[in-house]
Design a binder for this molecule. Structure first.
Ligand code: NAP
Length: 296
């Protein structure tokens, strides 16, 4: 396969993902809106492009990893966007988490240019992006998915084709229902543990090998105990995802009472200005209800 891959969006997730492509031997051309963020990748062998359009002109596979639906629309469909430089039979892989419905619209615009799209959102956090162990849920043509397997394998481990365009994003929303609910359970359990007087580290050690274990427990409980609220995944991004979940659930007429409550708790944190903080900050919304503070 052609080893030239473009990467647009070098944030918390995009930068380590692009680095893993370089390490796997791909010739990577990068673009980031804030140009200074390309420097460390350029020093490791990446080429720098001046626009998403130039990325598409230089490569046959373009990956986007930006924040929200309007941002993906802007870098793909906007002025100097990917669509202006994309070649017939090229592939655009959007790995951001965005609206399934907008994904289908973007895919059909790219199809008019003879290009293919895969929606391939990820799970596994910053650590998974650094270690190349992301879970990747992919929507789009099965044949195009197979063509792009070497690219996915450079960034992830559990790589599953789940259906046509939009279905990757739908599965990512399912992932977020699970992640938000589990993190809420971790935060409540820690508050309960704190008030009971038990040693928090020992309590986590004791339960993490059993049926209550989870990624959220293993990765975020230790940070909550140390009161480390730096973002792996920001509250604003979680709320973007829970907004998509609640809107889609509403359209399908599926009540999600617990997810809706967690969405409101995150909203209370946003109202308090806690927007760019890690999702483990959810514990603070619960602390304000109970007057108990977890950890040191
Ligand atoms: P981030 O650190 O905030 O990075 C966002 C990136 O998107 C930056 O490179 C930013 O450019 C770029 N960007 C945003 N809007 C843009 C626009 N309109 N035009 C051009 N570039 C734009 O976010 P992140 O944590 O890497 O998340 C990226 C995506 O992955 C999101 O959809 C998120 O939901 C998803 N995700 C995140 C995690 C996680 O744990 N962090 C896990 C799974 C999935 P600038 O540098 O110029 O701001």
């Amino acid at each position: 396969m052609d080893r030239r891959v473009g990467f647009i969006g070098l944030g918390i997730m995009g930068k380590p993902m692009a680095l893993n492509l370089i390490k796997a031997g791909f010739e990577v051309t990068v673009y980031n809106r804030t140009a200074s963020k390309t420097e460390s990748l350029v020093s490791q062998g990446a080429k720098k492009a001046k626009s998403p359009r130039e990325v598409a002109e230089e490569t046959t596979v373009v990956i986007t990893m930006v924040s929200d639906t309007p941002d993906v629309e802007s870098v793909i469909l906007g002025k100097n966007g990917v669509i202006e430089g994309v070649k017939p039979d090229s592939v655009v892989i959007d790995m951001s988490t965005i609206s399934p419905e907008a994904t289908r619209r973007i895919a059909s615009r790219l199809k008019e240019k003879g290009a293919h799209m895969l929606d391939a959102p990820v799970s596994g956090g910053e650590q998974g992006a650094i270690e190349g162990t992301l879970s990747i849920m992919v929507g789009g043509d099965a044949e195009i998915f197979e063509r792009c397997q070497p690219i996915f394998q450079a960034m992830g481990k559990n790589i599953i084709h789940v259906g046509q365009n939009g279905m990757g994003q739908t599965v990512k929303l399912i992932n977020q229902i699970l992640a938000a609910g589990t993190l809420n359970a971790v935060a409540e359990a820690l508050l309960f543990a704190q008030k009971s007087g038990v040693n928090l580290e020992k309590a986590i050690e004791a339960v993490k090998g059993g049926a209550a274990s989870s990624w959220q427990l293993i990765n975020l409980a230790p940070r909550i105990i140390k009161r480390d609220f730096r973002p792996g995944f920001m509250i604003d991004l979680m709320q973007k995802d829970l907004n998509l979940v609640m809107r889609t659930a509403d359209e399908m007429k599926v009540p999600l009472p617990a997810t809706s409550l967690i969405h409101q708790m995150y909203y209370s944190l946003q109202c308090a200005g806690e927007c760019k903080i890690g999702t483990q900050d959810l514990v603070k919304a619960l602390e304000r209800l109970s007057g108990v503070q977890v950890g040191k």
